[in-house]
Design a protein around this ligand. Structure first.
Ligand code: SF4
Length: 319
């Protein structure tokens, strides 16, 4: 994501003063090397991309596509899909991989849900993904805004499937219950990395807590709400470590899974240890299906909202 001018620029490459080499190992990829060929994507800027850009700017909305500097932005926006980020552009946490601005949020905009829904309706989306920065500063952790967006989407874009990609609400049950009561089609909460890497990559979060959030979401939503999670590889984890993490997600009854490659947004973020080969993603996908996930998207450029409208389909036949 592009950091706004004047935004905090503290490095996340040494979270809490920790030496990343202690957890990631001494050999990491240099920031400015040529990436493997499977990361080549067409440049953004087509007609539909420009239309969306105007629409989103005109409604004063934020997208995670821009804020996270997502490599798929040209393709997704040209297809008319985008992931909206509500509750401002400033996050109260400071994950080592994330490009979203961090600090003390001031954004408070009761009309944001109306504008998000209007933009979705104008875009004619069949599946909208709504996410947010972490708002640990708010009494309801931002849950009310998620519920309001779902409600507005049901009114303004009734044919559109709604996926919410939420923070962990610090593990509190009431904010989660509020979101699930609004009945999104998909409840998504990303665990992001394997448990061992949490102290480095996700300070302030806990893998087990995220699993509890996902399990409770399933319990509250039942068959009406599909649960989904995702993680990134490339920070030195092994295939076995990832599969162990996936087994924990299955224990939490997660149904849909995404796995993609971590890409370092800037030198202030954690370094990439290794680029996983597409064949390794295919192996992870097979193992994930063997664990019982109903849909698995795995690949270098997969992000949790990439082709999200297809994630509600059952496992492809050829796998
Ligand atoms: S993958 Fe998700 S975040 Fe990236 S451009 Fe597509 S919709 Fe936006």
């Amino acid at each position: 994501m592009s950091q706004a001018a004047g935004a905090p620029t503290r490095s996340r490459a040494r979270p809490g003063g920790r030496d990343p080499a202690a957890l990631l190992g001494p050999s990491v990829r240099p920031l400015r090397e040529r990436k493997p060929p499977w990361f080549r994507v067409p440049a953004a800027g087509g007609q539909e991309y420009r239309r969306l850009h105007r629409l989103i700017a005109g409604e004063s909305l934020h997208t995670v596509c821009q804020e996270a500097a997502c490599p798929n932005i040209g393709e997704c926006w040209e297809r008319g899909t985008a992931t909206f980020m509500i509750l401002g552009d400033t996050c109260t946490r400071r994950c080592g991989f994330c490009n979203v601005k961090t600090g003390k949020p001031t954004w408070k905009d009761p009309l944001e849900p109306v504008r998000v829904a209007r933009a979705v309706a104008q875009m004619g989306l069949r599946h909208a993904v709504i996410t947010s920065v972490d708002r640990d500063d708010l009494p309801d952790k931002g849950a009310g805004a998620f519920a309001a967006v779902i409600e507005q989407l049901r009114r303004q874009a009734p044919a559109c499937q709604v996926e919410v990609l939420t923070p962990d609400f610090q593990g509190q049950e009431m904010p989660l219950a509020k979101v699930i009561a609004a009945r999104p089609d998909v409840f998504n909460h990303n665990v992001e990395v394997v448990p061992r890497l949490y102290p480095l990559a996700r300070r302030g979060s806990r893998f087990e807590r995220s699993c509890r959030v996902l399990a409770l979401a399933k319990e509250l939503g039942g068959s009406e709400v599909v649960t989904k999670s995702g993680l990134m590889v490339g920070l030195g984890e092994s295939h076995e470590e990832v599969v162990d993490a996936l087994a924990l997600l299955r224990q939490a009854h997660v149904e849909v899974l995404t796995i993609g490659q971590y890409l370092r947004p800037s030198e202030r973020h954690l370094p990439v240890v290794r680029y996983w080969h597409p064949d390794e993603f295919a192996a992870l996908q097979r193992d994930a299906y063997a664990l019982g996930f109903r849909h698995v998207a795995a690949g270098p450029l997969v992000r949790s909202s990439y082709y999200a409208e297809t994630h509600l389909r059952e496992r492809p036949r050829q796998l």
